[in-house]
Design a protein around this ligand. Structure first.
Ligand SMILES: Cc1cc2nc3c(=O)[nH]c(=O)nc-3n(C[C@H](O)[C@H](O)[C@H](O)COP(=O)(O)O)c2cc1C
Length: 515
């Protein structure tokens, strides 16, 4: 079982750390002429246009982020319109901007470098408006392209070791990552970006599914080779990252798995030349699950991994989330459409403790996933507060179970935030920077190398929920990258032995790029 050889994840993690020196000794020059296509295009497959006049749910974004749809007795069946809504608000094009070298098609969820390396596929039984099949979603023309006709849900159910959410799902969305599309800019660090960028997209997907009244969750336990074969992926270029079953049938079992022969469908090359980064292929291989038995054991063992709660030692501030009556009621669709990473924060502005509390409260209730016990979370949250009314400037640790912030050190740390966030102005000018750190030793011990996928994905999903919670309150936010070890040092001794996983800056935009 390669997954248990966790030196592979450590090797990848250590080898892709950013530091003051790594940035200066490995400057990366972008080859604009070889910039990858932002879409996967099957030129020989006829598209099935998705409806564009889908009614919006009108559900408040904060409720959609934090609520799970309870499983009811009856069936929860998505129709084609539900599917179109979920796909569009997860990965659809929401803005278009010209730049000197061409045009950028911005999408519903934040993505490193706006390179959009996450692709979506749908494996479905017959739905109202759509035949059973395996489809690829193309956001460029808002369409599905049929790759296989027939009901292949049994293949996914088998690959996921009959995980009930997949086995009972009328449709499952499969998220994949395309290495080169992101590695063009970020090299071998792209494997981390797979988790982050898939995660922000999942935050939208789970929120819109919940707003549509459909249960959905993240499934990370599956036999990789079986899912990749079903989608007919060229796995040196593109790999399956997670499954999201949507809806639920109360009775019946999925059809028996069918043979999924190679399709040999042509796709348009992303670039003239592609560069392969072996470190990522090795990391993926080492975190792949090889049999149904391995998937079953992995899921069970993972769920039993209990990360010890941090002992509180310092002064605490109680969070004050807004009550339901006080919360803004902007709908999930409105918020996704206006979201866009803040490019300049107003460093003279402040946010209220109630706004920060609402973001933390809504986004940290536990991501619904097969590998997490309900409410469990792999990432720990640390903050640098610069200008939060009701919170002294300083570094804090978020005690999720007590809903408090523990003061680690008082002080004005804008200069430190600039440095930690890869010497960028955004974290220095924000009102608060939210750092995600994790105890990789414990996580890899419990989950093997696949825990590395899990912790990055969870961070992206929580970060994506924070984006939505911030934009609901008409604030701005931006994901950021960081100098790994300096982040740990800054929050130590509290963060001793933890690794930096993700960073999100929250504040007020200087140029009002949100309405
Ligand atoms: C995980 C993550 C890390 C990011 N890191 C940076 C960063 O270091 N610097 C930056 O200016 N923007 C960063 N961004 C913002 C992206 O550039 C932005 O999401 C992308 O251009 C798409 O634009 P949009 O978010 O406005 O839709 C990051 C976004 C994510 C999701």
């Amino acid at each position: 079982m390669k997954n248990r050889g966790v030196q592979a994840a450590w090797k990848y993690h250590q080898g892709t750390k950013h530091s003051y020196w790594s940035i200066r000794t490995n400057p990366h020059v972008l080859d604009w002429a070889n910039r990858p296509l932002p879409f996967k295009i099957y030129p020989t497959v006829e598209p099935i246009p998705l409806p564009r006049d889908v009614p919006q749910t009108g559900v408040a974004a904060l409720a959609a982020i934090s609520a799970r749809v309870p499983l009811t007795e009856g069936d929860s069946l998505p129709n084609l319109r539900d599917l179109a809504r979920i796909l569009f608000f997860s990965a659809g094009i929401t803005k278009q901007r010209k730049f000197p070298g061409g045009e950028i098609y911005f999408r519903a969820a934040a993505c490193t470098g706006a390179l959009y390396e996450i692709e979506l596929y749908v494996v479905t039984g017959k739905l109202e408006g759509l035949d059973a099949g395996v489809y690829h979603f193309n956001p460029a023309d808002v369409s599905l392209r049929p790759l296989r006709a027939g009901d292949f849900r049994g293949n996914l159910a088998q690959a996921a070791a009959m995980e009930p959410s997949v086995a009972r799902a009328p449709a499952t969305i499969v998220c994949t990552g395309t290495y080169w599309r992101n590695a063009w800019k970020y090299g071998a660090r792209t494997y981390r970006h797979f988790g982050w960028d898939n995660g922000t997209l999942l935050a939208n997907m789970l929120a819109v599914a919940a707003a549509s009244g459909l249960p959905a969750e993240i499934v990370l336990g599956f036999v990789d080779a079986e899912v990749n074969q079903l989608l007919d992926l060229d796995t040196r270029r593109e790999v399956s990252l997670c499954l999201v079953p949507v809806g639920r049938k109360s009775e019946g079992s999925p059809p028996a798995p069918q043979k999924a022969a190679s399709l040999g469908l042509e796709t348009v090359p992303l670039s003239e030349r592609e560069v392969e980064y072996p470190a990522m292929l090795e990391m993926h291989e080492a975190s792949s699950l090889q049999s149904v038995e391995e998937v079953e054991q992995w899921r069970e063992r993972g769920k039993q991994t209990v990360l010890p709660a941090s002992v509180q030692a310092g002064e605490e501030v109680r969070l004050q989330p807004l009550s339901k009556e006080e919360q803004r009621t902007d709908t999930v669709e409105q918020v996704i459409l206006r979201r866009g990473s803040t490019r300049t924060f107003d460093k003279t502005a402040s946010i209220a403790l109630a706004e920060l509390s609402t973001i933390l409260d809504c986004a940290t209730r536990g991501v619904p996933a097969d590998f997490l016990a309900p409410g469990a979370q792999l990432n720990d949250i640390y903050l640098i507060a610069h200008s939060v009314e009701g919170l002294a400037p300083g570094a804090y640790f978020f005690h999720r179970e007590r809903n408090t912030l523990e003061l680690l050190k008082h002080g004005k740390f804008r200069a430190e935030a600039y440095r930690l966030g890869l010497e960028q102005q955004l974290p220095a000018d924000a009102c608060v920077d939210v750092f995600f750190l994790a105890d990789l030793n414990q996580i890899l011990e419990g989950y093997g190398n696949r825990g590395y996928r899990g912790v990055q994905l969870e961070a992206g999903a929580i970060g994506g929920q924070m984006y939505l919670a911030a934009y609901t309150q008409h604030l701005g936010a931006s994901g950021l990258t960081f100098f790994d070890d300096e982040v740990t040092q800054f929050f130590s001794p509290h963060a001793n032995d933890k690794s930096a996983i993700f960073l999100l800056a929250i504040g007020k935009p200087l140029k009002r790029n949100i309405q």
